[in-house]
Design a protein around this ligand. Structure first.
Ligand code: SAM
Length: 355
């Protein structure tokens, strides 16, 4: 248990990390829904859409890395806050050679490792299967120096990915600085750090739109309720309670984007992309349409989902895309929830001056 660990107690008593145990507890307790339940979920399409965004982002940056490499060169990845291993298939497809998976929730890390081992066994049986080595450990990335837990502390990484999790470190400067250092320090120059995080500007825009004294806003799939002074937001510790239908119910922190960029620079990371999900979708749809159609799973959609068609926002209507098949239809509520997020990417420079 991380929380009986003296190292953790020492660090948390000085770092301002009062919420990490709440977050870890939440994710440890989260049950993985079965297939049937997932299909019935109100955020079924949104989850598929978010997975598509992650796949597109990972493919985009793995392709850039491969351009710098020769065939057969090792490709090493850190999946920071890996959860239950939702991106294992993406790493498999990217034909990487080594993966490090870490998360604060030990139950999730165990599940991630199990999924990896099952996939490895399948790959070993098939002569076409891709195999890569991997290591797993449970750890708080906002308080612990990850490289000290790697099997080889001198390992050089090509890509660090932190999906739907980096915002947890904005509880305090010490945590954000630690997590950014973990993202940066083992990346080789030319390597990338990619992340998906909530867009603080969009969150504040919606809060203001909800009324001058509003403390919360949302719809039937998500809700955000502020627990700090929203008239004088702090750079760190701008806390809100985030609820997302059946999957998230825990404290999160606004990520002040200029501060994120400065922190990156301090650790030799230069911002090269910042794009809202809505923009990233419209920019990548041409290359990613087939994948989106496969991932959005129309064949398995519960027919009741179409009973009240008016509730659905077909993506083609939102963006005026002429030929978008009627798959991937998100409800209006799901679309509002997914457009709370943005993607960002940083490139590792030789030193922090260059960044
Ligand atoms: N990246 C995974 C994905 O995309 O499927 C999981 C995303 S889930 C929304 C957020 C993850 O961040 C959870 O698994 C949680 O345990 C992890 N997390 C939150 N705070 C963390 C911390 N301080 N250190 C490491 N992991 C953390």
């Amino acid at each position: 248990n991380l929380y009986n660990d003296e190292e953790y107690l020492d660090a948390s008593s000085t770092s301002g990390a009062a919420n990490t145990h709440v977050v870890a507890h939440h994710y440890n307790e989260l049950k993985e829904a079965g297939r049937r339940e997932r299909h019935k979920s109100k955020i079924y399409f949104m989850r598929n859409f978010n997975n598509w965004i992650k796949s597109m982002l990972i493919n985009e940056y793995m392709a850039k890395i491969k351009q710098q490499k020769r065939v057969g060169d090792a490709l090493r990845v850190l999946d920071m806050c890996c959860g239950k291993g939702g991106d294992l298939l993406n790493w498999d497809k990217a034909t990487i050679s080594h993966l490090i998976c870490t998360d604060i929730a030990e139950v999730s890390v165990e599940q991630c490792q199990r999924r990896y081992q099952e996939a490895l066994q399948r790959a070993e049986k098939s002569k076409f299967g891709h195999k890569f080595t991997a290591e797993f450990f449970a750890c708080d990335s906002t308080l612990v120096r990850l490289r000290e837990r790697y099997k080889d502390a001198s390992l050089q990484l090509n890509l660090v990915s932190c999906q739907f999790a980096f915002h947890y470190c904005f509880e305090s400067f010490i945590q954000a600085d630690c997590m950014m250092r973990n993202a940066a320090e083992c990346l080789e120059p030319g390597g990338y750090f990619i992340a998906t995080i909530p867009d603080a500007y969009e969150i504040m825009r919606r809060l203001k739109a909800a009324g001058p004294d509003a403390r919360s806003f949302g719809n039937d799939v998500y809700n955000i309720e502020f627990e700090c002074d929203t008239d004088a937001l702090p750079l760190f510790g701008a806390k809100y309670q985030f609820h997302l239908e059946g999957v998230v119910d825990c404290p999160e922190f606004l990520v002040h984007f200029p501060t994120l960029v400065k922190l990156g620079r301090k650790h030799g990371l230069q911002l090269i992309k910042r794009s809202t999900f809505a923009d990233y979708y419209s920019d990548t749809l041409t290359q990613g349409r087939q994948l989106l159609q496969r991932m959005s799973g129309l064949e398995t959609v519960h027919p009741q989902r179409y009973n009240n068609d008016e509730q659905f926002v077909h993506l083609r209507k939102v963006f005026g895309t002429q030929r978008f098949a009627p798959v991937g239809s998100l409800s209006k509520s799901e679309w509002e929830a997914t457009t709370l997020y943005l993607v960002c990417a940083f490139k590792k420079c030789k030193n922090s001056w260059d960044a």
